[in-house]
Design a protein around this ligand. Sequence first.
Ligand SMILES: Cc1cc2nc3c(=O)[nH]c(=O)nc-3n(C[C@H](O)[C@H](O)[C@H](O)COP(=O)(O)OP(=O)(O)OC[C@H]3O[C@@H](n4cnc5c(N)ncnc54)[C@H](O)[C@@H]3O)c2cc1C
Ligand SMILES: *[C@@H]1O[C@H](CO)[C@@H](O)[C@H](O)[C@H]1NC(C)=O
Ligand SMILES: *[C@@H]1O[C@H](CO)[C@@H](O)[C@H](O)[C@H]1NC(C)=O
Ligand SMILES: *[C@@H]1O[C@H](CO)[C@@H](O)[C@H](O)[C@H]1NC(C)=O
Ligand SMILES: *[C@@H]1O[C@H](CO)[C@@H](O)[C@H](O)[C@H]1NC(C)=O
Length: 497
Amino acid sequence: MRQFMYVFLFSFAHVLSESDFAKFDGAPPSKIAVVGAGIGGTATAHFLRQHFGPEVRIDVFEKNSVGGRLATVSVNNQEYESGGSIIHSLNLHMQDFVQQLGLKYRKSVAGKTAVFNGEEFIVEETDWYLLDLSRLWWRYGISFIRLQMWVEEIMEKFMRIYKYQAHGYAFSSVEELLHSLGGSGFINMTRRSLSESLLELGVSQRFIDEIISPIMRVNYGQNISIPAFVGAVSLAGVQANLWAVEGGNKLVCSRLLKLAKANLIQSQVTSIELRSMGEYPQYEITTSSQDKKTSEVYDIIVVATPLQQNVDTGISFQGFEPDLPEMPGSYHQTVASIIHGYLNCSYFGYPDPKLFPFSSILTTDASELFFNSATSICPVNITSGFRRKQPQEAGVYKVFSPKPLEKNELKTLFKSYYSVQVTDWLAYPQYGSTQGLPPVVLHDGMYYLNGIEWAASAMEMSSVAAKNIALLAYHRWNRQFEMIDQKDLMHKVKTEL
Ligand SMILES: Cc1cc2nc3c(=O)[nH]c(=O)nc-3n(C[C@H](O)[C@H](O)[C@H](O)COP(=O)(O)OP(=O)(O)OC[C@H]3O[C@@H](n4cnc5c(N)ncnc54)[C@H](O)[C@@H]3O)c2cc1C
Ligand SMILES: *[C@@H]1O[C@H](CO)[C@@H](O)[C@H](O)[C@H]1NC(C)=O
Ligand SMILES: *[C@@H]1O[C@H](CO)[C@@H](O)[C@H](O)[C@H]1NC(C)=O
Ligand SMILES: *[C@@H]1O[C@H](CO)[C@@H](O)[C@H](O)[C@H]1NC(C)=O
Ligand SMILES: *[C@@H]1O[C@H](CO)[C@@H](O)[C@H](O)[C@H]1NC(C)=O
């Protein structure tokens, strides 16, 4: 079933994109701006090009580095992912990008995972996707099977999005999008906590504390009060085959910009001002780089960076009546430290590092530890002879923590180290810090991509939002409202085939 669905969806990924702009007979927009060159912004540029055709000018503004939260740091002439790193085998947009861009997959190198509670390992396992079933069965009873079925059902529903998007359907809000995939059940899942949903499902508290909670800590730096929807996305990410992009995930972003023939403008957008109202309003973007201010007028704008106050994008919106609403909530701080050194295996109860079998250490919530996870990591380019470093050798580790590690904390985790590189991320939403999901349409011709992160933050979610916004902008520009927020799409796409 899985396999079938996968092949089926993949073959329709381009139904609309090749020919749809040819149908258009009005005047196309002349200039479109995208603010932010992360995976969301660069994928938007790519899909905008597909739908609006070769004539429109697409400018992409970036104040820092192309890639945004996809980034690498360098240790001994090798690059390592410091931000978004893992891609699920059913993330079809990401797969599609990698294939179209001539990039290669980098499979994860096998390694064992264990859960540490501050004193000892309470779960010692093989790779997550080869979970030792008999052991889990013995320890947690039916919980594991229930959980697996729950996640699979959600994944199957979520994957309807690829079919809807291939048929050109768009959604004017994250709620509409989720509702079309999983009905009110999906909307509810963005509001109720994961722990509540799982307990209701019959998953044991012990399983939640020992398995689920460590997974939420490593993936989102948060606890099991996280909403059920993002919790399910997070759990999907430990189930099936995982991969990353050879050379670094951020390569997808720079190559998408090239493929889209977009102009990359390396400066910070400081204001977006409404310039003319009417049926097709225009917007002026002002940027500043090295004290030089420049302004330019656009027909369509896509804001592809979080607008929460603590993210501090530096953009002010002017001339909008009424003022644009402020985005409630905040982004969660997660610090990624890339450390080259010797793991202190004694701290984990293994005085002899040669006997230490784990490459990935997760932690329980109850432990109140200063770190969320510590993992031996592989460089973004893996040669054929590559093998993981053994714990008795100096290796490269990634430690996630809620605050920068203090010197004594580093000395606890590592016997000694050569280098520490710290990336202090506002990584993903602080879930539960707000009610409801942010808007997609900010104004007639102005769209917001990152609201989708409040359903779940992941590369694929930004890519899904990018495709949706390109379609939405295209249909709204052409007044094809029948392609927006259609009900009963399951039925429609069946009869259209
Ligand atoms: C530590 C960490 C681990 C993660 N792990 C995973 C994972 O394993 N798998 C996964 O799928 N996802 C993961 N994620 C989440 C994933 O990285 C993000 O969801 C995704 O990269 C978001 O992309 P984006 O383009 O929407 O936003 P961003 O990447 O944040 O892009 C926004 C861009 O806009 C730019 N910008 C902001 N303001 C302005 C301005 N005024 N003018 C010009 N430019 C501006 C920023 O510099 C930035 O480059 C992780 C994230 C972090 C931080
Ligand atoms: C979602 O919540 C609403 C309101 O609480 C409820 O009416 C609806 O039945 C729920 N949907 C599902 C599928 O549980
Ligand atoms: C999870 O974290 C939030 C925010 O830090 C907190 O309010 C909540 O009580 C925690 N929940 C549990 C079950 O620990
Ligand atoms: C790493 O991989 C990328 C993508 O395949 C390639 O472009 C790059 O040259 C490689 N770098 C090294 C050092 O091998
Ligand atoms: C390693 O862990 C042990 C046991 O917790 C601790 O006594 C020691 O100080 C740690 N650090 C080093 C550098 O060995």
